[in-house]
Write a protein that binds this ligand. Sequence first.
Ligand SMILES: Cc1cc2nc3c(=O)[nH]c(=O)nc-3n(C[C@H](O)[C@H](O)[C@H](O)COP(=O)(O)OP(=O)(O)OC[C@H]3O[C@@H](n4cnc5c(N)ncnc54)[C@H](O)[C@@H]3O)c2cc1C
Length: 374
Amino acid sequence: MSKLEERLAPVLETAARYAAAVDTDGEFPEAAVQALRDSGLLGLTLPTEVGGLGAGPVEFAEVTQQLAAACGSTAMIYLMHVSAAMPIASAPPNIPGVVEDLASGAALGTLAFSERGSRSHFWAPVSKAQHEAGKIRVRADKSWVTSASWADTYMISTGSADGDGPTDTDLYVIGRDADGVKVAAPWQGMGLRGNASSPMTVDTLVDESARIGDAGSGFATMMSVVLPWFNLGNASVTLGLAKAALDASVTHVTAARLEHLDTCLADLPTIRQRIGRAGIMLAAQQEYVRATARKIAEPDDSTMMYVLGARASANEAALTITDEAMRVCGGAAFSKHLPVERAFRDARAGHVMAPTADVLYDFYAKALCGMDLF
Ligand SMILES: Cc1cc2nc3c(=O)[nH]c(=O)nc-3n(C[C@H](O)[C@H](O)[C@H](O)COP(=O)(O)OP(=O)(O)OC[C@H]3O[C@@H](n4cnc5c(N)ncnc54)[C@H](O)[C@@H]3O)c2cc1C
């Protein structure tokens, strides 16, 4: 067992043990997140100088896929932590220990980007920071924040105080205990039900030094750091769920007997055809995501196309694969005897997350046609 597998094994065991209850009860997967904190994996991709494990996108994609196969909610929480930790580490704000805590597992991070006013267009927050008494007032209505009341550290986007255009953006690091940071409503979702992706309101004064990078640099950080890590992780969550559904359906169709014919479901050519199609689709997407991880690790001119394309493609494939899994398992899947329908519901979240898969298609096409993305 590699060192990484040794760290991951107890997390997977805990995540899998509680996954069904987390889904049924809509409860935050506290035990699995504690196991993640204890494992050191919250610092997987952070540099060793700040206490991280110094691993890269390839390892992140692998860990996230395995986590998602065990518990989709836990994997999504992990993805949002890494998506916050990487930009924070790229230009650390002047908050003592903030990156070290994200690396050690003392702090769970998340992103608060989506706003009620601009919906999935996270690159254009309608909120706008204001100068006040030598500080910055951040006031925003955030529509979804994964791990909302469970995160310790939020990375919050807002329009830049001195900016003009919709993408003149700042990113601030704000702690859970800051004044005026409130979870506005409970979370109820059809999938990823343990995710605690509640709406939040923010009305707080922060030091300028809590900003990531220069004023107005938020959009550039979103595109160059957040988007690659988020899209890679989102694609990985999606594929982990697809793999879980396919594995469970293979187990079922090879075991479920038609006693009067002395055959099993897998003896039916139509069932095998669906399994084969889903398996090939999954294998192709896994390769695409691996290639994307390598492109992010060693960027070149084609990296952004991979970042846009692999996620949209993985999201779409996961919808098909989990749907095929439901169909080949018939009533056994519909009646919740198998973990297939949970993966089916969880996998539907991937393509609605910003930028949504439909927006990614549009961006990809704009890039192909030589047009500006924004
Ligand atoms: C489980 C879950 C967890 C989440 N966690 C977080 C989080 O931690 N932080 C965070 O900031 N956000 C989070 N989100 C929010 C997410 O990123 C999106 O902002 C949100 O799902 C968008 O929903 P909406 O109803 O506002 O979509 P809308 O923007 O209303 O989109 C509706 C439809 O319009 C389409 N559409 C919109 N614009 C275009 C366009 N330009 N071209 C083509 N089609 C378009 C979309 O593709 C979609 O099909 C989370 C969402 C989910 C489901």
